[in-house]
Ligand binder design. Structure first.
Ligand code: PMP
Length: 284
């Protein structure tokens, strides 16, 4: 693979970052993942907007302008001949030259890293037809989940727990309510109404979520933004989740309880189609 490091396009084996990089020793960095279909970037503007916000919340500026980010994304796609998959980007507070809790001076160059992940058939995930199984796990992450930081250890632990228990993913719960999935936003459908938790610092403000809710509203579908419990989800007609890399995927089992007839429902299927169709139209 050819990867991006601080303005250079290099073979992945030649891209090196300091052991003192704040991203490495402090988890002091943010990231974005943008999907690519037909060689085009989905929801790009949304991802750029959230990147700037995540950086600002951590007292950092954006090292590149939106146009420069777009050029870098496109160049990386071209150099890797990638038409279906993802582009990962990460910005850290850079290398202060030593380990210190205190932020380095503001003129310390940030570390900017990007790489592609090829996923042929990304839009034809067989799980869209079969659905996935999730378990619930207490949400023990920090309380600024609205910032897309590289601190992914707890979600990683939760995914491992799901795997050990024979499930595909985990949904986090806090104070009795579902917050979100390990790497996705969560929804249920009851009597045709889509229910998903409202935005706050408790969840990541999903770019796929924002687009999907807009498309669903335009299609006159009913949406309610409020928290829901695992029990309510188990008794719902359907459940699903959204993320940039998975789009919309149905959930057919929660903590061993099958939803309805155990098959993906029509609302999730329609929303997946709607998202793919509309986001392809606005892809750049
Ligand atoms: N919540 C969390 C915790 C995530 O990691 C992700 C994926 N980045 C999402 C939600 C979904 O966000 P998006 O639709 O922007 O990928």
């Amino acid at each position: 693979r050819t990867v991006y490091l601080n303005g250079d396009y290099l073979p992945e084996t030649e891209a090196k970052v300091s052991i003192f990089d704040r991203g490495f020793v402090m988890g002091d960095g943010v990231y974005e993942v943008t999907s690519v279909l037909d060689g085009k970037l989905l929801d790009f503007a949304g991802h750029m907007k959230r990147l700037t916000r995540s950086l600002a919340e951590l007292g950092m500026g954006n090292p590149l302008g939106d146009d420069e980010w777009l050029l870098a994304h496109r160049k990386l796609l071209e150099l890797n001949a990638l038409t279906e998959g993802m582009v990962y980007l990460q910005v850290t507070r850079g290398n202060p030259g030593d380990r210190d809790f205190i932020y380095p001076p503001e003129d310390t160059p940030q570390t900017v890293v990007m790489f592609t992940q090829s996923k042929p058939g990304l839009a034809d995930n067989p799980q869209a037809k079969t659905g996935i199984r999730v378990i619930s796990i207490p949400d023990m992450r920090w309380h600024r989940r609205d910032i897309k930081t590289v601190q992914l250890l707890y979600p990683s632990m939760a995914k491992m727990e799901a795997k050990h228990r024979g499930a595909d993913d985990a949904w986090f719960t806090e104070d009795g309510f579902v917050t979100e999935g390990t790497s996705n936003n969560t929804y249920i459908v009851k009597d045709g109404k889509i229910v998903t938790r409202q935005l706050s610092n408790d969840i990541l403000h999903g770019i796929t979520r924002a687009s999907l809710l807009r498309y669903a509203a335009e299609a006159q579908m009913q949406i309610e933004e409020r928290p829901f419990t695992i029990e309510e989800a188990q008794a719902a007609d359907e459940a699903f989740f959204t993320s940039a890399s998975a789009f919309v995927l149905p959930v057919v089992e929660i903590d061993g309880v099958q939803l309805g007839d155990g098959k993906p429902g029509p609302v999730a299927a329609r929303l997946r189609e709607l998202y793919l169709e509309e986001s392809r139209k606005s892809a750049i």
